[in-house]
Design a protein around this ligand. Structure first.
Ligand SMILES: Nc1nc2c(ncn2[C@@H]2O[C@H](COP(=O)(O)OP(=O)(O)OP(=O)(O)O)[C@@H](O)[C@H]2O)c(=O)[nH]1
Length: 226
């Protein structure tokens, strides 16, 4: 029975089961809420997972298009992470991922969303982040992670760094979350190529809007005028 499986999943994840009378409407709603929570989180770090992050990004794209406020998307990747796994083992790598996740989460505001979007990759969406603050926020994140000392085995302490790429949501175009992620990723590749342990942010927002995004603006304008 699917409900039994759902309860097993929740129990295994250490989720709290609803206190209401079993099988009552409130109890079933509690189980559904707990399942939703479980399916939106990354099991290792407890951060928002990729699926849920993509939904948060789409919501933010809509909000930016409506409000005209700017928002920053940061793509974050741990530097030379393969070497951590290869030298100290996968379990040590997992400890590093958890420590970085915790550090990133500490630096941001409650309204920001930090997600684990891949193995050693994170995404952060920062609503209402003015372009003049973007570089400062990215630098604060980079610095906080560089200060981490992760004990991966008794007496074995590792320091790690991250690279960050950032792109602002264009305020005047109804972009897509995918294109926004691609732009942040492009800056991340630049940060890696320029030596890692650094943040690269798009500087000229307008000039970097792709032809595809301009096409989407045209499509939206046409629809709106119909
Ligand atoms: N421990 C651990 N390792 C993971 C996990 N997911 C992915 N990886 C490993 O992360 C590593 C990613 O390495 P690469 O993408 O090659 O890059 P890198 O070594 O971080 O180097 P740069 O990104 O170029 O600085 C691979 O060795 C993956 O096996 C995970 O959940 N836990």
């Amino acid at each position: 029975m699917q409900l039994d499986l759902a309860l097993q999943l929740l129990q295994q994840a250490g989720a709290l089961l609803p206190e209401a009378e079993p099988y009552s409407e409130a109890w079933v709603q509690g189980v559904i809420d707990a399942l939703c929570d479980l399916s939106s989180k990354d099991a290792l770090t407890g951060l928002v997972n990729r699926r849920s992050f993509e939904m948060a990004l789409s919501r933010e794209v809509d909000r930016v298009a409506r409000s005209g406020e700017s928002a920053l998307l940061l793509a974050v990747d741990i530097d030379h992470f393969k070497a951590v796994n290869d030298t100290y083992g996968h379990a040590a790598g997992d400890l590093v991922i958890k420590a970085v996740a915790g550090a990133l989460n500490q630096v941001v505001r409650p309204m920001d969303t930090v997600a684990r979007v891949g193995g050693e990759e994170f995404g952060i969406v920062l609503p209402k982040c003015a372009p003049s603050f973007g570089a400062m926020v990215a630098e604060r994140l980079r610095e906080r992670v560089s200060e981490l000392r992760v004990e991966v085995a008794s007496g074995q302490i590792l320091a790690v760094t991250i690279s960050l790429g950032g792109a602002f949501a264009p305020q005047w175009v109804r972009s897509s979350s995918l294109l926004w992620m691609e732009r942040a990723d492009r800056q991340l590749y630049r940060a890696k190529a320029e030596g890692r342990n650094r943040a690269c942010l798009e500087s000229q927002i307008e000039s970097l809007v792709s032809a595809e995004e301009k096409g989407m603006l045209f499509a939206v304008t046409q629809q709106d005028s119909e």
